[in-house]
Design a protein around this ligand. Structure first.
Ligand SMILES: [Zn+2]
Ligand SMILES: [Zn+2]
Length: 406
């Protein structure tokens, strides 16, 4: 008999036991994390049960009801934690666009832990990987490669995407307190949920006029707010490479979208961000609102963080140049459309391309050949790789746009 070239799959019982242990210890990989990462994409039904429960628990609103205090608590916790997703998971741990002390870093990791999006190190590893492989077959959540649904929610349920590759985030993995929070990534969410529940219990006892209670505040402040927070964040993975405009000719399909910016407190300027990742703001110009940046700026006044990195003038000039050419092209296209009498259905002209792009992305999910835009020379993907100590082969930057050192 010829020897099998692929290793046999572990037994069902062993896989279930492993997944249950990983609920508590996310670094538990009996067969090695490297081996897990090379598996094909496959939803781990046992491992994702906490994620499923997070969603199903929202239906408990049928029994606990609602009141204005509970709903506003959910809204407030959405934005406070969306700020943590963008300002901490993304702009600090993933890209190091500002500095803080070791104690400050630990505080930021605790805050980011309340978002229930696994550990900051897991988050940073996957995000840096996205920038290295944007919209190519290695990208875990490219809508062009995997389709809309997988890039939105499927990839995070895949067994191969659970382990953290600490070798890709050496600058963070040298802090044992961060590794501990990343390894036991349910600790902070459980403490957070318990504190919301106890707050509701206390309010029922000491401020009954508010009309809320422990179970109701838990459902609104934790389960509903966290579920909406996840989907708001996931919109960047699934839609920020489909919806909006491309200012910079990056070698991926990242786009700038005002709607996604409102949902994510500034992350919608995704094409800007793919062009230059080492600055603290994603809205490069004053008219591109970036609430996360404004919040980080205010935090810098307290001394908790410092060293916010500006957008280099060369990048601003490049963007202004691209905007000028785009407006000239749009004006001539408008004139041509008017002459052709095709200026009706203007709203449809905006909506249809987005809907079509999402449908095509999903329908062609199995096709890993990513269509590239024929728009001239591409710009290198990850300008902050060197800042993170990543060793992937890098394409040569285009002449005239040398990235400044981060
Ligand atoms: Zn990024
Ligand atoms: Zn992206």
């Amino acid at each position: 008999m010829p020897e099998s070239i692929s290793a046999p799959r572990p037994s069902l019982l062993r896989r279930i036991t492993t997944a249950l242990t990983q609920w508590i210890d996310s670094d538990h990989c009996p067969d090695g994390a490297e081996k897990m990462r090379t598996e094909p994409d496959r939803v781990d039904l046992v491992r994702v049960m906490p994620f499923v429960v997070l969603h199903l628990a929202c239906f408990a609103v049928i029994w606990v009801g609602w009141n204005p205090f509970a709903v506003w608590t959910a809204v407030a916790l959405y934005f406070v934690r969306m700020f943590a997703v963008t300002g901490i998971h993304h702009r600090y741990f993933s890209h190091k666009t500002y500095s803080t002390s070791r104690a400050g870093q630990f505080f930021l990791a605790l805050w980011a832990g309340t978002t229930v999006q696994r550990g900051s190190l897991w988050w940073a590893y996957h995000h840096r990987h996205h920038h290295q492989h944007s919209d190519d077959p290695e990208d875990a959540h490219s809508p062009h490669v995997h389709g809309f649904v997988w890039s939105h929610i499927g990839w995070i349920t895949s067994r191969r995407n659970f382990p953290t590759d600490y070798s890709k985030i050496k600058d963070l993995a040298k802090f044992p307190e961060l590794v501990w929070l990343n390894r036991f990534d349910l600790v902070v969410p459980i403490l957070f949920a318990a504190s919301i529940f106890l707050t509701g219990v206390a309010l029922e006892a000491y401020a009954p006029s508010l009309g809320t209670n422990g179970p109701q505040l838990l459902v609104w402040g934790f389960f509903i707010s966290t579920t909406v927070l996840f989907h708001g964040t996931a919109c960047i993975n699934s839609m920020a490479h489909l919806m909006g405009k491309r200012r910079f000719k990056t070698d991926d399909d990242s786009r700038n979208s005002f709607i996604l910016t409102l949902i994510t407190l500034g992350e919608g300027w995704h094409n800007n961000h793919h062009r230059f990742q080492s600055c603290t703001r994603n809205g490069f110009y004053w008219w591109e609102i970036d609430p996360t940046y404004y919040g980080l700026k205010m935090m810098s006044w307290t001394g908790l963080i410092w060293g916010l990195k500006p957008v280099p003038q060369s990048i601003l000039d490049e963007g202004a140049h691209a905007d000028h050419h785009a407006s000239v092209a749009a004006a001539s296209a408008e004139r041509a459309a008017n002459q052709a009498g095709a200026n009706d259905y203007s709203s449809l002209r905006r909506i249809v391309p987005v809907a079509t792009a999402m449908a095509v992305a999903t329908a062609t999910a199995s096709n890993v050949v990513v269509p590239k835009k024929a728009e001239g020379p591409a710009i290198r993907k990850d300008l902050s790789e060197e800042a993170h100590g990543l060793n992937a082969a890098k394409p040569t930057p285009p002449t005239g746009h040398q990235p400044p050192s981060a």
